[in-house]
Design a protein around this ligand. Structure first.
Ligand code: FDA
Length: 394
């Protein structure tokens, strides 16, 4: 049986970064993955350019049952730290929008960075190694994977969440967490397109149309692009809001963000012969203007409408409520909200409070970032915190 100081389950961003951190601090680390190669989500992330961090990665931009949990790890390994590492590896990058940093070249450069950092820490890998058994006795974890047995006093759950199963994503983090008595916050797909039915099918006729909107779910509001699809709604604003949406709830869209109350009555005074359709056509893509004006109970020109009626139309356009019938599910979700409950983990080290030597990091934990590089920053920060702690505990 091969002995290590730590076994990391999962060769994604969190697992590799944890392994590199512990390895470079002197720990003998093994990373196990059932895939044949590392970092498959990294390779496809950010449209192939990996949005590897966000300069505004503050704890408030993460969802968790304990909103304070991520604070410690995020403050000790910051976006500036990862940017310095990206620079050290000579990877060119740029800010696209809203603090989002992308590689100029390819997301594969980030996988190479992680593999190089692991090599610098003499980290061992076992790929194509399905994990068949994990046991714990006398302070040591024993893992059977790919027909081999490995043992270590530290075990890291870094097997991510179930979004995009075709990349090798599974529920394994939750199963293993439960095996060790950790609670699981109900997982659900997030950063995911919404599906529509009934009256809201109106939007499906607009497949391909995009517009800048404010999308709202619960108390969250995001001003970005929305994209109408043949199944419902997508685009950054909708993906962001989807993380806050729960089955049965409504969502709302402001189709004309930034317009002051009373703007439509002002248009009536300036251009009394204008129609709702002509007004909306000047502000929105033609097909969207058509669809919305068709749904608004305002025939004829604005001249004939009372200010109160115009105020009601305004209200509808700024708060267009609809009830999604679901999401496109884990098959299309960028991340999973929920996961291993943070109350069983130390926020400094990511170690399970009741199982010394057991750590959980990355997306498998109940910490989920906004769209825009936040989830990788959590993978780096939580991986770094656990890697440091593993090295210090040797
Ligand atoms: P991750 O899922 O990356 O790694 C888990 C590893 O465990 C995988 O290698 C998997 O094979 C392995 N594994 C799973 N089950 C196993 C089992 N039973 N046995 C053995 N191994 C197992 N985020 C961001 O910040 N910027 C971005 O640009 C994007 N873009 C993006 C695009 C798309 C299409 C997706 C799906 C996701 C993103 N994300 C993102 C989210 C980001 O990819 C995600 O949050 C991180 O990859 C999570 O890193 P982890 O290491 O926690 O899990």
């Amino acid at each position: 049986m091969k002995q290590f100081d730590a076994i990391v389950l999962g060769a994604g961003g969190a697992g590799m970064f944890c392994a590199a951190t512990a390895g470079q601090a002197g720990a003998r680390v093994l990373v196990i993955d059932h895939n044949a190669d590392p970092g498959r989500k990294i390779v496809i992330s950010g449209g192939g350019r990996c949005n590897f961090t966000n300069v505004g990665a503050v704890p408030e931009r993460y969802l968790s049952a304990n909103p304070h949990f991520a604070r410690s790890a995020l403050s000790r390994y910051t976006p500036a730290d990862f940017i310095a590492l990206v620079r050290k590896h000579g990877i060119a990058f740029h800010e696209k929008t809203l603090g989002q940093l992308f590689c100029d070249g390819s997301a594969k450069q980030i996988v190479s960075l992680l593999m190089d950092e692991c090599a610098a820490g003499s980290v061992d890998f076992a790929f194509s190694a399905p994990i068949s058994d994990v046991t714990h006795a006398d302070g040591r974890f024993r893992v059977t994977a790919g027909g081999h047995e490995y043992e270590a006093p530290a075990l890291v759950i870094a097997t991510g969440g179930p979004s995009i199963p075709k990349l090798g994503a599974t529920d394994f983090s939750y199963d293993l967490g439960r095996q060790f008595g950790l609670k699981i916050v109900e997982p659900r797909p997030a950063l995911v397109p919404m599906t529509l039915a009934g009256d809201d099918l109106l939007f499906r006729e607009l497949a391909g149309v995009a517009a800048e909107v404010i999308a709202r779910a619960g108390k969250a509001a995001f001003r970005e692009a929305a994209l109408f699809t043949h199944r419902g709604l997508s685009g950054p604003a909708i993906l962001q809001a989807s993380s806050y949406w729960r089955h049965g709830e409504t969502m709302a869209i402001d189709f004309l963000p930034g317009h002051r109350p009373g703007w439509l009555a002002q248009v009536k005074r300036d251009r009394p012969r204008a129609t709702m359709k002509s007004v909306l056509s000047a502000l929105l893509p033609e097909r969207l203007a058509d669809a919305l004006s068709g749904k608004l109970a305002l025939a004829g020109d604005l001249h004939g409408a009372k200010d109160a009626a115009l105020a009601a139309v305004e209200q509808r356009l700024h708060n267009w409520e609809f009830r999604p019938n679901g999401t496109e599910g884990h098959a299309k979700a960028e991340v999973t909200v929920g996961g291993i409950a943070t109350d069983g983990l130390s926020q400094q080290t990511m170690m399970a409070r009741r199982v010394p030597g057991l750590y959980a990091i990355g997306e498998g934990v109940d910490v989920t970032g906004w769209l825009g590089g936040y989830n990788f920053q959590w993978a780096w920060a939580s991986g770094w915190a656990a890697g440091q702690a593993i090295a210090a505990a040797r």
